[in-house]
Every structure is written in C-alpha cells, then in structure tokens.
Design a protein around this ligand. Structure first.
Ligand code: NAD
Length: 458
C-alpha cells in the first residue's frame, strides 16, 4: 500500500480522536453490535476466504474463527459499561479531605499486526477488546492469508468510520512503515523472531506492546492418565488447523511405561477423526505455503517414523505423523507448527520437569494425569502462559480468563476483562477538596508537624 495513503489513514484517526478523546461507552457498544451483525452477514465470504487460504472447513472455521469472535463481542457488549466506569479507590487519611479514582482511558491509535494461521480471529478478537476500551485501530493482517485479509478489509470498511477503525494490507515493508509512525499501542501476534523486531521498534517511541507469540508447548502424560481420552483430546488439539496453531501441543512427553498403549490410542484417534486417508479428506487443512510444507517434510525421517508420513506436493498436505524423538533431535529445537507429533519419554517426574524447563518458556502446557499430586507438581514448577489439565487448547476459548505467554512466548494478555485492561491506560486521579487545607506538609516544619507526618505515614 502507498505510504502517502497510510499517512492519510493515520491523520484521519488522529483527527477522529481529537473529536472523540473519550468515546462514549454507548458508541463503543453500538460499534460492537454493528461489527457482530456484519460478521454474521459476511459469514459465507469469510468461510470462502479461509477455505482458499488454508482449506479450513466450515465447522472448524465457525468454531475457532467466527464463533470465538462473536462470543467475545457478546461478552464485551455485556460488560463495556461496567469496565468503562471510573473505579473509586480508598484514599489514605493523610490526604484528607479528598477522593481518589482510576479513570479508564483509551491509548489512542492501536496497531494490530496479525498472522496467517487464524487470520480472521487473530485480527478481529484483539480489535473487539481495543474498541471496547475506546481506541481507534489500524489492522495490518498477514500477507500469507490474502483472501482473508481482503475480507477483513471489506468488513472493516463497511462497519466503521475509517477514523475509528481501518486496515492496511501489505507485508514487511508496510508493517515496518507503520511501526515507524509513533502510534500509541502495538498489539502483535506472530513468531518470536518478528516479535523481537516489533519490540525494538516500539522501544524507539516508548510505545507499550502486547506480544502474542509461540513456542514448544509440552503435552505431558503420566502413568496414571486415561490414555484413550488423552489421545482423543491430543489429536483434536494437535490437528486443528493441521497443527498450525500457536497453542497446539507441540510434543508429547510421556512416561515410558505408557508409550506403547498411547501410540495405539493416538493411531486409533487419528483414523477415527480424520479417516485412514487424511490427505484426501476435504476437512483436513493444508500447510499455508510451500515454505511451511517443506519445513514439515524435513522433520519426517524414516528411522524415527512410527505412523503416517505421507505427503502431497500438489495439495501441500501432510499426514498426521508420529515420530520417536529425543531432546537432541532437530524436531525438538523449535516450534513445529504442523501435523508432526514427536514422542519423547521420561522415567522420572523430576527429570521431566528439569528437561521441560531447559527449553524456553512455552505459551501453553498440557498435563494428562489422574494424580492430583502430579498435576500440581507440573503446573507449579513449570513456567508457561496458560494450559489445561486433562485437555488441550480449550483454555483459550473463554472471555473469563486472559490469554498470553511469557518471555519468548509472549508479553501481556487479552480476552475479556484482561483484554479491556490491556488496551486501557488508567489515569490515577486524586480530587482534593478546597474547604480544608491541612498544614503539616508545608514548610516551615516544626516538631508538631513532624509528629503528624510520622503519625500518618507509617
Ligand atoms: P510472522 O511473524 O511471520 O508474521 C506476523 C505478522 O508480522 C504479519 O502481519 C507480517 O506481515 C508481519 N511481519 C513479518 N515479518 C516482519 C518484519 N520483519 N517486520 C515487521 N513486520 C513483519 O508470523 P506468522 O508466520 O504469520 O505466524 C506464525 C507464528 O505466530 C508462530 O510462531 C505462532 O506460534 C505464532 N502465533 C502466536 C499466537 C498467539 O496468540 N500467541 C497465535 C497465532 C500464531
């Protein structure tokens, strides 16, 4: 996109914010309702775009792209008024007579940079939180999911005043140009490598950031786990969007005593959920592009193969593939982001925790176990963004908890109230009354004033 056009869009948003510095909560709700209605109306177009970009089926698209966004909008419509109110807080006696409150204020222009893997949800869900908090927003969707990016552009153009929300389509050049423009908040979802670039750029202007990134999310299975159910839920979580999911269980780390039975159950579930020929299954998504396809293929080594391994160069599809693995293997060095399931085993829980913690802090963590003690051991001792006990992925499908990582897997969080707070600066305000002016803080000091100061401040 032309740079002059990008600058015009930013100018329009600055002018809009001058007229609406504290957008009334009723207008925010109105905007959210319009967004809800237009997403519903454009559902066939959104489905079509996701089919073209990633071969996502309609049910999966509704569940993880459209439905999640609609449910976040419903939640924010319900809570916007309450969240937007000033929050009264107690005032220390030393400040008598006065009252204090925290005033939720929008940052101004929020830049949302989104990736290709859930290209609709990961652009629109942060938008919902940012609008609810009263911001103007520029969305820069991913260049690798071009059909969805165009639908997002149309959705935004038909729903919002461009001063309120607009889009900039493009790739690295456009994104870099936007990052140079001293905007008021940056919300980025994507790889850790690019997250580092975004954070450095933000630091030049002291712009606050939220970074939603990825990592190697472990899926631990101990000897007490219900293996049939574990396999069912792991296959669901791992193969959703064909493994191209930031919170997908990246690798299985199981007690060596249950490995054989677990493999048997995993194979059974892959066939039950995706048939014996997933490549021909129209509901089974493909790799987003040749680069991603080649990266996945390179992990498949004959001497490690347990199950699957077939690929289609023409369709960019790869079968769900189970591999024997150890922490030294290439497949264990970086986030996988595809339908490859390495299985590593442990003998001892303390050793397992040590090995997990030797990798960077993951975005998600899953533990399958019937032992409360083991569940707590892993949950308490392994640092990670969020996760599930005896399930995968579903912890993100709620507006009642925040979602985000830590260190290399993310900084900050969003969804629901946490999302509102992310896009809000709280002004702390003390309103001092004028009918009394206690003298103790003013010079010249004396013993009595010193006594009072010590009395109040202890
Ligand atoms: P990516 O980092 O390649 O791209 C993300 C966005 O950054 C795109 O809009 C792209 O245009 C922009 N971008 C790319 N290179 C840039 C550069 N050099 N300078 C400025 N902008 C640049 O990420 P991706 O491949 O699109 O997404 C996959 C990654 O995202 C995975 O690592 C995954 O774990 C992570 N992810 C995280 C979450 C989460 O919620 N935490 C969700 C989805 C994906």
């Amino acid at each position: 996109m032309d740079k002059e056009l990008i600058l015009e869009k930013i100018k329009a948003q600055r002018e809009y914010l001058e007229i609406n510095p504290m957008l009334d909560y009723k207008k925010r709700i109105e905007a959210l309702k319009k967004l809800y209605k237009n997403i519903k109306n454009m559902t066939p177009e959104i489905n079509d775009a996701l089919k073209k970009d990633l071969n996502k089926g309609e049910v999966e698209t509704y569940m993880v792209e459209i439905g999640m966004v609609l449910s976040e909008i419903s939640y924010m419509i319900k809570h916007c008024r309450k969240f937007s109110r000033p929050k009264r807080v107690p005032t220390p006696l030393a400040q008598f007579p006065s009252s204090s409150y925290r005033l939720p204020c929008a940052y101004g222009i929020v830049l949302i940079i989104s990736p290709w893997n859930y290209p609709f949800m990961l652009a629109i869900e942060p938008l919902v939180d940012a609008i609810c908090a009263g911001n103007s927003v520029i969305i820069k969707p991913s260049e690798h999911s071009p059909n969805t990016s165009k639908v997002i552009e149309r959705l935004i153009a038909t729903t919002f005043d461009p001063g309120h929300v607009t889009t900039v389509l493009g790739a690295v050049e456009e994104c870099t140009f936007l990052l140079d423009q001293d905007l008021d908040y940056i919300f980025y979802t994507g790889s850790t490598r690019v997250g580092e670039i975004v954070m450095k750029k933000a630091a030049e202007h002291f712009t606050p950031v939220t970074l939603e990134m990825g990592g190697k999310s472990p899926c631990v299975i101990d000897e007490t786990a219900n293996l049939a159910l574990a396999a069912k839920r792991i296959v669901f979580g791992k193969l959703l969007n064909c493994g191209q999911t930031c919170v997908a269980p990246d690798y299985i780390y199981c007690d060596e005593k249950v490995k054989d039975e677990l493999i048997y159950e995993l194979k059974r579930q892959i066939i039950l959920q995706y048939t014996t020929d997933p490549i021909s299954n129209p509901e089974y998504p493909r790799m987003v592009n040749q680069k991603q396809y080649d990266a996945m293929r390179s992990f498949i080594k004959d001497d490690k193969l347990i199950f699957g391994g077939k690929c289609s160069d023409e369709k960019l599809k790869i079968e769900p593939t189970i591999l024997n693995a150890s922490f030294d293997d290439e497949v264990m060095k970086e986030e996988i982001f595809g339908p490859i399931i390495p299985i590593v085993t442990f003998k001892d829980i303390d050793e397992a925790i040590k090995n997990i913690n030797s990798l960077t802090k993951p975005l998600a963590f899953y533990i399958f176990s019937s032992s409360k003690e083991n569940q707590n051991k892993f949950i308490d001792r392994c640092p990670f963004g969020g996760g599930c006990i005896n399930d995968t992925i579903v912890h993100i499908a709620t507006s009642n908890m925040g979602f985000g990582g830590l260190k290399q897997s993310g900084i900050g969080a969003y969804h629901g109230k946490v999302g509102f707070e992310t896009f809000t600066h709280y002004k702390s305000i003390l309103n001092k009354k004028t009918w009394l002016d206690l003298p103790m803080r003013y010079q010249p000091y004396n013993k009595f004033k010193a006594f009072l100061i010590r009395l109040f401040l202890r």
